[in-house]
Design a protein around this ligand. Structure first.
Ligand code: TYD
Ligand code: MG
Length: 450
């Protein structure tokens, strides 16, 4: 017999408590407990239910690796490891307005004649139609369904038998079995579990769109991340057009790949050559600009770093960065002050990474330091020079991962020189690009400005 019970559930991590508490012992968040009504159905007893399935020998299981369907978009297929695996549950998270619905609709429209069910709890059919008109793809077999109730949505999916199911978004769905409101942890968990069952039984891949909280984690339901097979994070700065789709978890492929898109009037466009976007080839030589050979995921690309060093107008010098960690900049400035004798403590320093990208690759240090030095000395760095190296606290230039890929990319993009750490051993030369090795920041100063 079903029983009703109320519990208090942390809306951040899903921890439960029988009474209200202000501070979650599991995730340390404050004020996240909400009362939720749960209906308990009798659990499967140890002896009561005959097992429905039997264990199988691993050697006897047959799977077809190529049993994937294309998402219709090259970048998405690539980061998924070659397409959507049948019966898999994919969660796509991102901040509001980043382009989740746009990408999902583009996937739905990418292949003419493929039956797709796009369930939108956020937008009416008309709104989706308006958006679809602006996008490039066309698919006459795409169904749009405005529904928030899980059970009727699944009933429709069973009737329509789509090849792909898209839910926009998991937070708007609610199961009539539970009384708590849509978006609460128990609803999200229940809906995801039901959709997982649907996906596994029907073999239809399901793409779930999920919202992200202020601190950047997938809203509330950490629980979701355990249930789904793939978690994709959509990142980007609303003020810029670039978007990065990053796999955070992938049961069927690597999480090292990233997909890069550009938002335009016709929706999201794949960026196959990011270097072309993040550096400007036509600029006049200016001080304070240098190019880093960076790697994000498995992808090498060139990116412009810009620094502006000026005398502090107010007492305390300002340090401001976009796309780079301010603490890291402060550390690099201290290294320059201590190891190379640059008096930067009294200067305002501004640092900018092109395109609104956030770069966490330590190899970008060398370009940052070069930009700061270049602005401080008001002497441009050669336009055909790229940098890849990490700067240590004692001013040493440290070797970085995937250096050969970086050099290859510099060569491909027509750079004439790349400055790297002297500690790299046996580096293969690339045509057209001269490799300059430096061991310390002092060496860098000498190389660039004497
Ligand atoms: P959307 O996909 O609605 O974001 P999300 O679902 O993640 O909240 O994207 C909304 C933004 O994208 C909106 O600010 C407008 C912009 N956009 C374009 O620039 N071009 C387009 O073709 C479309 C459809 C949207
Ligand atoms: Mg949306």
């Amino acid at each position: 017999m079903a029983k009703n019970k109320t519990v208090y559930v942390c809306q951040n991590c899903g921890a439960e408590s029988s009474k209200w508490i202000g501070h979650c012992p599991a995730c340390k968040e404050w004020n996240t407990y909400r009362e939720e009504l749960i209906t308990l159905s009798p659990g499967p007893g140890v002896t009561r239910d005959a097992p429905r399935r039997k264990p199988e020998l691993l050697s006897g299981i047959e799977v077809n690796e190529s049993d994937r369907i294309t998402s219709g978009i090259g970048e998405t297929d690539r980061i998924l490891g070659g397409g959507l695996v049948r019966g898999s549950l994919i969660l796509m998270g991102g901040e509001p307005g980043i382009g989740k619905s746009t990408l999902a609709l583009q996937i739905a429209l990418s292949t003419e004649g493929r039956r797709v069910l796009y369930v939108s709890g956020e937008e009416s059919e008309g709104q989706v139609k308006l958006r679809a008109k602006r996008l490039e793809g066309k698919n006459d077999a795409c169904f749009i369904y405005n529904e928030t109730e899980l059970e009727s949505m699944i009933a429709q999916a069973v009737a329509i038998r789509p090849e792909l199911l898209i839910i926009d978004s998991i937070q708007t769905l609610n199961s009539s079995v539970l009384e708590s409101s849509a978006g609460s942890v128990s609803q999200v968990r229940e809906c995801a579990a039901m959709l997982l069952r649907y996906a596994k039984e029907s073999g239809v891949p399901v793409i779930l769109i999920g919202h992200i909280t202020k601190d950047g984690s997938l809203a509330g339901p950490k629980v979701l991340e355990h249930i789904v097979d793939v978690v994709l994070q959509f990142e980007g700065d609303g003020n810029y057009l670039f978007r990065i789709l990053r796999p955070v978890k992938n049961r069927f492929g690597s999480t090292a790949e990233i997909g890069i898109f550009e938002m335009g009037s016709g929706g999201l466009r794949e960026v196959t050559d990011p270097s072309e976007l993040f550096i400007r080839r036509d600029r006049d030589p200016a001080s304070g600009v240098s190019i880093a050979a960076t790697v994000d995921g498995l992808r090498p690309f060139m990116i412009e770093t810009q620094a502006l060093v000026s005398s502090a107008v107010y007492g305390t010098p300002q340090r401001s960065t976009t796309g780079f960690d301010t603490r890291r900049l402060n550390m690099l400035l201290a290294v320059l002050e201590k190891r190379a004798g640059f008096r930067l403590a009294v200067k305002d320093v501004f640092l900018n990474i092109a395109g609104g990208l956030k770069v966490s690759d330590p190899a970008i240090d060398l370009a940052v330091v070069s930009s700061v030095l270049s602005s401080s000395l008001d002497a441009p760095v050669g336009q055909h020079t790229a940098f890849a190296g990490e700067v240590g606290l004692s001013g040493e230039i440290r070797p970085v991962a995937r250096i050969e890929q970086r050099i290859m990319e510099a060569s491909r993009m027509g750079f004439e020189q790349i400055v790297i750490s002297g500690y790299h051993k046996s580096i293969r030369e690339q045509p057209g690009v001269q490799i300059s090795k430096v061991y310390k920041v002092e060496g860098l100063v000498r190389l660039l400005f004497s």
